[in-house]
Design a protein around this ligand. Structure first.
Ligand code: UD1
Length: 341
């Protein structure tokens, strides 16, 4: 019998790509999502790419009674928990909404897994837990810094909830994946990132500017202490990131974990500046992007990129797609969404 994985937030950007990679690796998948920041288009995309009739349940993981029905109905051994809010600025404006949503949903996941004897959980964490790191690249041992936003705080708190829960409840195992900057889209252009309203993140802002939806990209600062003055990040292709979830699940289902709670950085190991990324986007897609340099954005860290040795050695996972491929796929997706030829 196939191993089954529940993917909460599976209609979202990273969740939908992960559902595809899980199915292609031979897992059964159940998607649960409240569609608060996503739509059925992504689920249809997953079904179309894989040819699998993936079950979808519209449910809010904060609603314990409704969510429990998913545990009653489906016999998965593993859960990947993506369902969460992720906008830094919004979390500063509405902290209680963020704490309620991100913490309640994860507590429900872990409690129900314990209650129903489902052993394996992957938690979507973020490089945001490192803050402005003292040394680069960051390893999993690099100390976490106090969170600079309620959003970042929920990532740290959920990591701790997972750590403490696996220590207390026998039979529960967890992996936290700390994502660097997920970008790009599936090569089929059937799924990708679809932010509502004005994008906060760099690549969707770039693709929307190229599509003529935004007039001009603002590059936030060129006076940082970096080679070209713009911030440096580790941009990880969303398909590579999705595959990291597959190996994390396989590690637990095959009993290969070295500890009941493990943490892995998921990035490329390479830092790329904002201006470098803009230039690469222009080159690989043969277009000119309208952009201007503006003031720094409050709360941005100057530079961060991952040391991925642990994921490479322990998970046998490597980022494979090049930045060129990733930025081509991001543009293909935007064109698909906007009906641009
Ligand atoms: C942000 C969050 C991070 C979160 C991640 C989720 C902040 C401070 N951090 O990461 O906690 O986990 O999103 O995806 O918000 N940039 C521009 N112009 C733009 C947009 C971005 O110049 O219009 C620059 C930013 O200054 C930054 C880089 O592009 O240097 C990447 O920005 P973004 O995509 O927002 O990601 P992070 O800020 O790294």
């Amino acid at each position: 019998m196939k191993e089954c994985v529940l993917v909460t937030g599976g209609a979202g950007y990273i969740g939908s790509h992960t559902a595809v990679e899980l199915i292609e690796a031979g897992f059964d998948v159940v998607i649960a999502d409240n569609l608060s920041n996503s739509d059925m288009g992504a689920v249809e995309g997953v079904r179309k790419i894989t040819g699998a009739d993936v079950p979808f349940v519209q449910v809010d993981t904060c609603d314990r009674a409704a969510f429990e029905k998913v545990f009653e109905k489906y016999s998965f051994n593993s859960v990947i928990h993506f369902a969460a809010s992720k906008a830094v600025g919004e979390s500063v404006a509405q902290p209680l909404m963020y704490y309620r949503n991100n913490l309640t949903s994860f507590i429900n996941v872990v409690e129900l897994m314990k209650q129903y004897g489902r052993p394996n959980v992957v938690f979507s964490s973020s490089a945001t837990v490192y803050g402005e790191a003292d040394t680069l690249p960051v390893t999993e041992r690099t100390p976490r810094k106090p969170a600079t936003s309620p959003y970042g705080n929920t990532k740290q708190m959920c990591e701790d909830i997972l750590r403490d829960s696996v220590a207390a409840y026998p039979g529960l195992r967890g992996i936290a994946l700390r994502y660097f900057n997920p970008v790009g889209a599936h090569p089929s252009a059937l799924i990708g990132e679809l932010p509502r309203g004005v994008p906060n993140n760099l690549v969707p802002f770039i693709t929307q500017t190229a599509a003529g939806i935004r007039e001009c990209l603002s590059v936030f600062g060129d006076d940082y202490n970096t080679p070209d003055g713009s911030c440096v990040r580790d941009y990880i292709d969303v398909v590579d990131l999705a595959k990291a979830h597959v190996v994390a699940i396989a590690r637990m289902t095959q009993g290969k974990s070295k500890a009941d709670y493990e943490i892995f950085n998921i990035g490329t190991g390479k830092g790329v500046s904002v201006l470098e990324l803009v230039r690469t986007f222009e080159e690989v897609n043969h277009l000119k992007l309208n952009y201007k340099i503006v003031e720094r954005r409050a709360g941005d860290v100057e530079s961060i990129w991952a040391d991925t040795t642990l994921a490479n050695d322990e998970l046998g996972w490597h980022a494979e797609r090049t930045l060129d491929q990733t930025l081509r796929a991001a543009w293909e997706w935007e064109k698909h969404v906007r009906g641009i030829k």
